[in-house]
Design a binder for this molecule. Sequence first.
Ligand SMILES: [Zn+2]
Ligand SMILES: [Zn+2]
Length: 244
Amino acid sequence: MRIIADMHTHSLVSGHAYSTLQENLRAAKARGLLFMATTEHGPAMPGAPHRYYFGNLRVLPREVDGVRLLKGVEANILNTSGELDLPDRYLQRLEYVAAGLHEEGMTPGTQEENTQAILAAIKNPYVDAIVHPGNPRFPIDFLQVLLAAAEAGVLVEINNSSLIGSRAGSSDRCREIAGLAAKHDVAVVLGSDAHWSGQVGQLDKAFAMALEAGIPAKNILNLDATRVEDFVEQRHQRKQATLS
Ligand SMILES: [Zn+2]
Ligand SMILES: [Zn+2]
């Protein structure tokens, strides 16, 4: 059982990350990954790319030196209606849409408001995953979010970066989320949230937390190439169905 995908990475173009996309891909290859999702911050984050950046990701190859490059975004959830900072016509062209709460996108509200924002984002058919739900700046009702995500086929992230210094105070909350995911049979995704190439594929803490919580391998996206391909394909079908 090994990790073959990192579903959360940033490059220079996010504005506060330090490696190029190509450097990230090389690092992914060196770590033996078969999939890397490129998920730059959405336009609401200062220094993040314009929406055209996401619209033009299709010029990139499907695969680079044996690493399948999934074209994605880490979109900002903007309000309790679940509005994102990229319009649907951009989201629908992407292969992987991660969405999360950041203070640059939405001022933290009450637990009820934050939960409402995430639940509304989960209802967006273009959203594939909810990232760093354990962020203590945005308290949420974990169980409600997990059950809604599972029902919609949306993944809940265990963010490795949250366990090694980002978003201080996340660890206990992430452990709680992992425990609930195990108990309620909810699928999770591991993300490094790399902001430089040395962090690409660095998922050891998140992986250990998932296993310790008792999340079965079948519910961890990152462990199987077919599972990643099937997930992307199945979500693609759902997005197409929404369009027609
Ligand atoms: Zn960032
Ligand atoms: Zn984030």
